[in-house]
Design a protein around this ligand. Structure first.
Ligand SMILES: *Cc1c(COP(=O)(O)O)cnc(C)c1O
Length: 457
């Protein structure tokens, strides 16, 4: 059996090394459309199998031209991190160990690492040490965990047991969020049965207007949930947590914070002011596959009251005995069986240490600021947002030139940024989320944009 794995592991390691070492030469965007990938893989299910080595060879040859260089230091698309070497190593071990991370007593090896990762995260982010942490696939699911815990708790306070009686016929929950919330909050609310939020207008950077939040809360009554945001997708802006949470708690609302990338500002002393007051919220969602640069997928759901998290997600059966102490991991998240995706988080935090996480987050923000300064000097370019964190939104004098600029950059292939629309303008959006982005990458990025602008003029 061991030799079955040996050859595969050696070959796979060589393939991975070649991919990881290739970002200087290869263009960042995929070079072939999906149809080519599919036909390269063999469109139809084979009647008979093939050698494992042949299958992996075909996989590499067909798939690699269709890969996006997300791990490049010059990739700024959407909000996506790369992969630290230590995180990749830990992630491979997670697959090799193949533990089901649902139960403490069954798989204490990986659950121990995940529990420590959770405790270290709370410490780093300045969140209450008494909060509970669940590892999920991403911030969308982490938002869902927060909103389902919220829904269960606010209904319970209103005398309604949603676990027993369901949502239908119960008190209507007022779900309130800012106009510039991330769309995943709406999706999470849909899963939680909350419907679309009542929307509170945002200010010029996308922050919820606390005065209008107060009015919205005062205009109704009954159980309420407020979703706030740490890190606006376009501007990087942070809601005024101290103000908004005080207003929401006065109205007995549960406060959830979507901080998929922004929560990490809490781990950098010079940026921590952005998150001031967020520790008094009731739940938080973040990602490790963005800012912390662990491989996909890894999101983190945090709930201040462990009993509220447990009330929403726990189930028991004769074959699932309660652990000797604490709650089992499967009692905090939607999945029962799952991979130990928190182990790469432990490894990355152990490798970086508190100082290393500070350096990482600060470097991302410093690179974004340098990028914004350099881009602003190019002819016709303006930066629309106050660059407070990792996001840069650039506009041109003429909105119609953004699409050709994005096309020219894609053809050049040396950088990648996402076109978008923000505050009624066409923009090119840069998210600095990769650990490898440094001053050299930033300088090359500015040169690539300069060249593309010259080409389309
Ligand atoms: C990326 C993102 C999400 C969704 O996270 P996934 O990991 O893709 O599920 C939610 N909110 C914000 C602000 C984001 O940037």
């Amino acid at each position: 059996m061991q030799s079955d794995y040996d050859d595969i592991i050696d070959r796979t390691a060589a393939t991975a090394k070649a991919w990881l070492g290739g970002f200087e030469e290869r263009p960042i965007p995929p070079e072939v459309p999906i149809g080519d990938v599919r036909s390269g893989l063999g469109d139809r299910l084979p009647e008979r199998g093939s050698e494992a080595t042949e299958v992996l060879e075909r996989l590499t040859v067909a798939v690699e031209p269709g890969l996006m260089g997300i791990q490049s230091s010059r990739f700024y698309g959407w909000v996506m991190g790369g992969t630290y070497p230590v995180a990749l190593g830990a992630d491979w071990l997670v697959s090799a160990w193949d533990q089901n991370a649902g139960m403490r007593d069954a798989t204490p090896g990986v659950v121990g690492a995940e529990e420590l990762a959770g405790e270290w995260l709370l410490d780093l982010l300045g969140l209450p040490s008494t909060a509970d942490v669940g590892f999920v696939t991403g911030a969308t699911t982490a938002n869902m965990v927060g909103l389902i815990a919220a829904r269960t708790a606010v209904l319970r306070s209103a005398g309604w047991d949603v676990n027993r009686d369901g949502l239908a016929g119960g008190p209507r929950i007022r779900f309130i969020a800012g106009a510039e919330r991330h769309t995943s909050v709406d999706l999470a609310a849909r899963y939680a049965g909350l419907g679309l939020p009542q929307t509170v207008p945002a200010d010029d950077q996308g922050r919820i207007r606390v005065d209008l939040l107060r009015e919205t809360l005062a205009a109704g009554e009954g159980p309420a949930i407020v979703a706030l945001q740490a890190g606006n997708l376009h501007s990087g802006a942070f809601d005024d947590f101290a103000g908004a949470i005080a207003v929401a708690h006065e109205a007995d609302a549960w406060v959830h914070v979507d901080g998929a990338f922004g929560l990490w500002a809490g781990a950098a002393p010079r940026l921590r002011h952005l998150t001031e007051g967020y520790a008094s919220a009731d739940s938080w969602a973040t990602d490790a596959h963005k800012t912390l640069n662990v491989p996909y997928d890894c999101g983190i759901a945090i709930v201040a009251d462990p009993v509220a998290m447990n009330a929403a997600f726990s189930i028991h059966a004769a074959y699932l005995p309660r652990p000797a102490e604490g709650f089992d991991p499967y009692e905090k998240v939607p999945e029962m069986s799952r991979r130990a995706r928190g182990v790469p988080v432990w490894a990355t935090l152990a490798w970086l240490g508190r100082q290393g996480v500070d350096d990482l987050v600060q470097r991302l923000a410093d690179s974004a600021a340098a990028l914004a300064r350099g881009l602003a000097e190019l002819p016709g370019v303006s930066i629309l947002n106050d660059v407070v964190f990792t996001q840069v939104c650039m506009a041109l004098e003429d909105d119609d030139r953004i699409a050709p600029l994005a096309a020219a950059l894609r053809a050049d292939g040396s950088i990648f940024a996402s076109p978008s629309r923000w505050r009624d303008r066409d923009v090119l959006r840069f998210s600095v989320s990769n650990w490898a982005t440094d001053q050299v990458a930033v300088a090359r990025t500015i040169e690539a944009v300069r060249a593309a602008l010259a080409e389309i003029s």
